[in-house]
Design a protein around this ligand. Structure first.
Ligand code: GTP
Ligand code: MG
Length: 201
């Protein structure tokens, strides 16, 4: 799929105020600094559509972007970042869970995890919460440019082994790098396929 247009629509902290349009929607979630906003820029080939930062806690609201005037990408704040004040953190968690609970337009979520790190309890817990609430998701491994191919394989296999302790099957996953545009076509093709299914059904 070619991204012909990508535009910012709105930011807010209340799922009830998100766009009313029923077009398909895809959301990116994961710990702060994992690369959610960078991935949105990579997928859309726009340098600064979504705001990124080396410092965790950059994205603080639900941000909607409309792609090809047909579907939404949603950039969300990170979860599990300790240095954001407790009150702010609670607000994130609340509106993140509210977003996933109430956003009927959501086709699937992408849970991002840094490919360099061992599976983190906060990510595994979040995936379990998604499963319990019947919210479909794929995993996106980010920052693959930071590892050599052999290490990528080992890290992904280790991650899968941990997932199989709680999941019957390994969720669908992608290996990506926003700085090297790795995984771009795969993720876009996947979204394209889901968009077509939505139209057919
Ligand atoms: P919050 O909005 O704070 O939750 O963070 P985020 O998940 O949106 O992360 P963001 O995209 O802002 O990126 C965080 C940092 O990681 C930035 O310094 C990015 O340049 C860097 N980064 C993101 N993706 C990649 C990648 O694929 N490779 C490398 N090397 N760095 C990356
Ligand atoms: Mg961000």
């Amino acid at each position: 799929m070619k991204v012909k247009s990508a535009e910012f629509v709105m930011s807010n902290s209340d799922v009830a105020k998100c766009p009313k349009s029923r077009i398909p929607e895809y959301a990116f979630i994961g710990r702060s600094n994992v690369g959610k906003s960078s991935l949105i820029n990579m997928l859309t080939s726009r340098k600064s559509l979504a705001k990124t930062s080396g410092r965790p806690g950059k994205t603080q609201l639900i941000n909607h972007f409309i792609i090809n005037k047909e579907w939404y990408l949603v950039d969300l704040p990170g979860y599990g970042y300790a240095r954001v004040s407790k009150t702010a953190k609670k607000t994130f968690q609340k509106f993140i869970t509210q977003y996933f609970t109430y956003r009927e337009q959501l086709v699937t979520a992408f849970v991002l995890v840094d490919i360099r790190h061992k599976p983190q309890p906060v990510d595994l817990d979040f995936m379990i919460w998604m499963g319990e609430n019947n919210i479909p998701f794929s995993i996106i491994f980010t920052k693959a440019d930071k590892l050599k191919p052999k290490a990528i394989e080992t890290h992904v296999n280790d991650y899968k082994a941990i997932l199989l302790e709680t999941w019957e099957e390994v969720p669908n996953y992608f290996i990506t790098s926003s700085s090297k545009a790795i995984g771009k076509d795969e993720v876009l093709e996947y979204i394209d396929r889901l968009n077509s299914n939505m139209i057919d059904s």
